[in-house]
Design a protein around this ligand. Structure first.
Ligand code: DC
Length: 234
């Protein structure tokens, strides 16, 4: 038996561009919880593969990287965080488009997932965390007290991605192109054998089309508030 948790694990899943990173970070800040972006962990493995000449599709090569890599999250005062890989701040480098694609490949390997899931459980088991990622509520913490699946239409997600890239001064592909690449990634993530993208049966699904971040955060924080200190048990 796992001991009861004082504060819940809030597990947020959903496809790329559904607003889960922004929402998860803001919910963590609102509640005073730690924020753990598990996608960033797969992105670090992908980045190290790319830099080291390891093909992200090579299961053995990617697994060796996952077993060796050191990943830390360093919180910033504004609720954001630095992602530190082997002592280097890679927060920006892991967001580049080539890394997104490679991360989708490395995260499909069973051994890579096994190593990352183990680390995620160590980071989150005590509760008081907002964990974001594709399989948190179905696989990493199926006993999470709060499970939220954020969705949005592909077009809305492509629009948000374009805005993101523009804000960061990066080249912006057309919305059609972005919609297509989002749909391709969704398909790969949803149809893979290990931990495919899916909402847990007991998750609350929130379609964020037309919702502001504040509205999303209000809803998720209310779900967490409803269970906090209320004998969260694992
Ligand atoms: O959420 P993201 O785009 O930063 O995730 C990067 C990749 O890692 C994406 O292809 C989904 C995958 N991922 C995963 O398989 N499991 C997680 N818990 C988080 C992300």
């Amino acid at each position: 038996m796992t001991p009861a948790r004082e504060r819940p694990i809030v597990a947020i899943d959903g496809p790329a561009g559904a607003g889960k990173s922004t929402a998860a970070r803001a919910v963590a800040e609102r509640l005073g919880y730690a924020y753990i972006d598990t996608g960033a962990m797969y992105r670090c493995v992908a980045l190290r593969c790319l830099r080291g000449g390891v093909d992200p599709a090579d299961a053995g090569g990617a697994a060796a990287v996952a077993e060796d890599i050191d990943i830390e999250f360093q919180p910033l005062s504004d609720g954001g965080q630095w992602v530190v890989m082997d002592g280097e701040d890679v927060s920006a480098a892991i967001r580049e488009d080539g890394v997104s694609d490679a991360a989708s490949h490395v995260s499909a390997h069973a051994r890579v997932r096994e190593v990352m899931v183990q680390r995620q459980r160590e980071l989150g088991h005590a509760g008081g965390v907002v964990m974001e990622g594709r399989d948190i509520q179905t696989n990493v913490f199926p006993d999470a007290e709060v499970k939220v699946f954020l969705s949005a239409s592909p077009k809305e997600r492509a629009r948000r991605r374009a805005g993101d890239l523009r804000d960061r001064g990066l080249p912006v592909p057309s919305v059609e192109e972005l919609t297509r690449s989002i749909a391709e990634r969704d398909h790969r993530d949803a149809t893979r054998a290990t931990a495919p993208l899916a909402a847990a049966p007991d998750a609350t699904t929130i379609n964020t089309d037309g919702m502001s971040i504040e509205q999303v955060v209000d809803r998720v924080a209310a779900l967490a508030g409803a269970v906090e200190g209320d004998g969260c048990s694992a």
